[in-house]
Design a protein around this ligand. Structure first.
Ligand SMILES: Nc1nc2c(c(=O)[nH]1)N[C@H]1C(S)=C(S)[C@@H](COP(=O)(O)O)O[C@H]1N2
Ligand SMILES: [Mo]
Length: 258
C-alpha cells in the first residue's frame, strides 16, 4: 500500500502531540503492543475531551458555492473491480440496493430511487484526509438519523457499521474489504448523511457511487464510499480485525473527530 508511510507518520505526529515520546520506527506501531495501548488510551482521552468540549449537535463549518474546490481528489478505492459492482455500474445502479439490518425492528432493502424520495439535505463542507490534503465539496443526500429511526432501533443498538463494495487490499480471507463504523451520536448528527450527489451531479464512481457516508466532523477515512449495507450492532466483535474499520484494523483511531 503506497499510502501507508505518510499515514503512519501522521499517526506518530498525533501520538507525539498528546505527549507520547520516543517513537522511532514506523512499523513499530503495528507490532509494539505498548505503543498500541498508549495510542488507544490517547484515543479514549481525545474522544472524551471532544465529546465534553463539543456539544453533540455542534455543526461542522459549512461553506458557500464559491468555496467549492475546482478539483476534489478521489482517494483510496476509486474503481471497485468486483464483478457485482462493475455489473451495477453498467445499468446506472438500477439493481443496487442498500440493506439496513442487524439490531433493527424492520430490516429494509432500499433502491437509489427509494433513497432519493426521503428527506434531503445539502451541505458544502471541507473534507480532511490524514494524508494531508483537504477539499471543499457540496454533498446532497438523506440524513441517516431519521432513516434509522424509521426502521426502528432495537435495545442494545450502539453502532452503525458501513459495509462497502470495494476491497482496498487483496487478501485471501476477504479482510481487505472496506468498512467503517460510527456510534449513534454521530449517526444522528444533523450533518451525517447518506450522499448520492456531489457538486450538483450524481455521485461519480471515483467518489463512491452510488452512495457514500458523509460524517462531517470526522477525518476522511470515516466517510465510507460504495455503501452496500448498514448493520446496526452492539459491538465490533466478529467484524474483521474488531477495531471498527478497515484503517482502524491497521492502527488508525476509531474516533477520528476534527
Ligand atoms: N469504500 C471506501 N471508502 C473510503 C475509502 C476507500 O478506499 N474505500 N477511502 C477513504 C479515504 S482515506 C478518504 S480520504 C475518502 C476519499 O473520498 P474521495 O474519493 O471522495 O476523495 O474516502 C474514504 N472512504
Ligand atoms: Mo483519507
Amino acid at each position: 500500500m503506497t499510502f501507508s508511510i505518510t499515514r503512519r507518520r501522521l499517526l506518530i505526529g498525533s501520538a507525539a502531540s498528546v505527549g507520547v515520546i520516543g517513537l522511532t520506527g514506523c512499523d513499530d506501531i503495528a507490532q509494539n503492543s505498548n505503543v498500541q495501548n498508549v495510542l488507544e488510551m490517547a484515543e479514549r482521552l481525545t474522544m472524551r475531551g471532544q465529546r465534553l468540549l463539543v456539544s453533540k449537535d455542534k455543526l461542522a463549518r459549512e461553506f458557500s458555492e464559491a468555496d467549492i474546490s475546482p478539483v476534489f481528489k478521489p482517494n483510496g478505492s476509486t474503481a471497485p473491480d468486483s464483478e457485482d459492482y462493475v455489473r451495477m455500474t453498467e445499468n446506472g445502479f438500477a439493481d443496487w440496493r442498500l440493506k439496513i439490518d442487524g439490531l433493527v425492528e424492520r430490516p429494509v432493502d432500499l433502491s437509489l430511487a427509494d433513497l432519493k424520495k426521503l428527506p434531503q439535505r445539502t451541505q458544502i463542507t471541507r473534507h480532511d484526509c490524514v494524508e494531508g490534503w483537504s477539499a471543499i465539496g457540496k454533498w446532497m443526500g438523506t440524513p441517516l438519523g431519521p432513516l434509522l429511526q424509521s426502521v426502528g432501533l432495537k435495545p442494545g443498538a450502539r453502532y452503525a457499521v458501513f459495509h462497502c463494495a470495494d476491497e482496498l487490499e487483496q487478501t485471501m480471507d476477504g479482510s481487505g474489504v472496506y468498512y467503517e463504523s460510527i456510534d449513534l451520536i454521530d449517526a444522528f448528527h444533523p450533518q451525517t448523511i447518506l450522499a448520492y450527489a456531489m457538486n450538483g451531479k450524481d455521485l461519480e464512481v471515483a467518489h463512491g457511487a452510488p452512495l457514500r457516508l458523509r460524517v462531517e466532523r470526522h477525518l476522511g477515512y470515516k466517510h465510507a464510499k460504495y455503501l452496500m449495507r448498514i448493520e446496526i450492532k452492539d459491538s465490533f466483535s466478529g467484524l474483521w480485525g474488531g477495531k471498527g474499520g478497515f484503517w482502524e484494523d491497521r492502527g488508525y483511531e476509531w474516533y477520528a473527530g476534527i
